[in-house]
Design a protein around this ligand. Structure first.
Ligand SMILES: Cc1ncc(COP(=O)(O)O)c(C=O)c1O
Length: 470
């Protein structure tokens, strides 16, 4: 008889999971995921699931994709890792060129928009935004734009868990405990149409962005924020924003035109823009490859992570301009170097996976899959409007949020201690669909390869689970 402890037992004995109340975690046996193929995952008992949140928003083309696997294996047979401190490697160099090309707008943008020219690698979304924040801070100081550079961000924004990223974030539940460690940043209102105080429309059975009644007062507030900063004798160093959708805030999808207008205000004040496309980028949340481009914004810093390697390995990139790069050039003893980096910066395995993933991403086949997925999400989510507990369904490309409420007519949220989102997701898991909620918001963000029957199953499962729980 085999008496060695199971993976679930070892996990519960030794591990500490991210963003998880471990007391709750210990109450039930965890799902141990063992293998995957396409949009499917299997646990160690052979039960099959649909990965409806792309393994925390990372996986683009499905699990176990032969092309990405092959690229990793080929690189593995050469070398797994070499240092970017003092050395170059071919996959990282090729990926740099590829990312700059990918980040070029496909349509005509105003000439005033910056051109991205340089790539700085890191490991994940937090480090990608941390790099952007540090670069923007120092660039603003060196160019004399601001003596004490300050950042503006969006309420409920989330940019990661490192200290700079947390400082720029505004989700109290995650960030308040650490306020003593953080630097101060200003914030503007989040364009959360469903719960916006300026939206005078009564609830309807549609995405709140479509029926909102307001004059985009949220944008006026942004203008005021910039003006009041200027009156104090300085402009912001940078405005940091999640273009298109504020992910961890609860997939708050921005109304069309918001980012274009807010971006124009930032530009008029000489403020740089950091686009945190960690979740939205690489075709996840827009028809193009980057959600900022849908609003004709080319940021000064473009942060890419989660899906960069297709979601296979941890790797991230911060793209920036020649101008920013040049402000760090100097004689050795001027010490203008960007003193920042990580042991695994520019990892060749990650870069090889990324190149294979980008080949897939830019293929006609994937473009078709992405538009089919977006159409299927729209089609099969529609029947959910019949449920009284569904308050808002908001979709941006391949990203869809279902916000659960006590009653759609009042928009009254469920109290968080009721754990409605968690319970619905647990009920979905029992039925073979995996996702993770954000409070009362159910996230549906499957890989691009998810088929029509699979999307149908996701939403049937969600409907049955909502009924079961509420
Ligand atoms: C918009 C955004 N920025 C940054 C991050 C942080 O990324 P990571 O968890 O890879 O550090 C996340 C993670 O969810 C995110 O959604």
């Amino acid at each position: 008889m085999n008496h060695s402890p199971s993976a679930a037992q070892l996990d519960q004995k030794y591990l500490w999971h991210p963003f998880t109340q471990m007391r709750d975690w210990m109450k039930s046996k965890p799902i141990v995921l063992e293998r995957g193929k396409g949009a499917h995952l299997w646990n160690n008992a052979g039960q099959k699931y649909i990965d409806a949140n792309s393994s925390i928003w990372t996986n683009l083309h499905g699990h176990n994709h032969p092309k990405i696997n092959r690229a990793i294996r080929t690189q593995l047979d050469k070398v797994s890792h070499v240092s970017a401190l003092g050395f170059a490697n071919s996959p990282a160099a090729k990926l740099g060129e590829r990312l700059i090309r990918l980040a070029k707008p496909r349509t005509r943008f105003p000439k005033t928009e910056p051109r991205l020219a340089k790539v700085f690698y890191s490991d994940d979304g937090s480090t990608a935004t941390e790099v952007a924040i540090k670069l923007a801070y120092e660039h603003a100081r060196r160019t004399g734009r601001a003596r004490k550079p300050r950042f503006l961000s969006v309420d409920a924004g989330y940019h990661g868990d490192t200290i700079g990223a947390v400082s720029a974030g505004h989700i109290d539940m995650f960030h308040k405990a650490y306020s003593g460690m953080l630097f101060k940043t200003d914030k503007v209102a989040s364009p959360y149409c469903y719960r916006c105080p300026f939206n005078k429309a009564k609830p309807q059975r549609a995405d709140a962005r479509e029926y909102r009644k307001c004059n985009m007062e949220c944008v006026e507030q942004v203008e005021k924020k910039f003006e009041s900063r200027r009156k104090r004798g300085s402009d912001y160093a940078a405005f940091i924003v999640e273009p298109g959708v504020q992910g961890p805030a609860g997939l708050i999808a921005q109304p069309k035109g918001w980012l274009a207008r807010v971006g124009a205000i930032a530009r008029a004040h000489g403020t740089q823009i950091i686009a945190d496309e960690v979740m939205t980028g690489l075709g996840r949340a827009s028809a193009g490859y980057f959600a900022s481009h849908a609003e004709k914004i080319q940021p000064d810093y473009l942060c890419i992570a989660k899906g960069l390697t297709g979601g296979y390995l941890p790797m991230a990139a911060t793209l920036t301009t020649q101008e920013v790069f040049d402000s760090f050039l100097g004689e050795y003893d001027e010490f203008k170097t960007f003193f920042h980096g990580h042991s695994f910066t520019g990892n060749p395995l990650g870069a090889a996976a990324s190149l294979a993933s980008l080949d897939l991403l830019e293929s006609g086949d994937t473009n078709q899959k992405r538009s089919c997925l977006a159409a299927n999400l729209k089609l099969y989510s529609k029947p959910l409007w019949k449920l009284d507990m569904v308050g808002d369904i908001r979709q941006s490309g391949g990203v869809l949020a279902v916000e659960l409420v006590e009653d759609w007519k009042t928009r009254k949220p469920f109290d968080l201690p009721k754990q409605v989102g968690i319970r619905v997701c647990n009920a979905m898991a029992r039925r073979g669909v995996l996702t993770r909620p954000i409070g009362n918001v159910i996230v549906i963000m499957p890989p691009f390869c998810t088929t029509q029957p699979q999307v149908k199953k996701i939403f049937n499962t969600l409907r049955d689970s909502i009924k079961e729980v509420t």
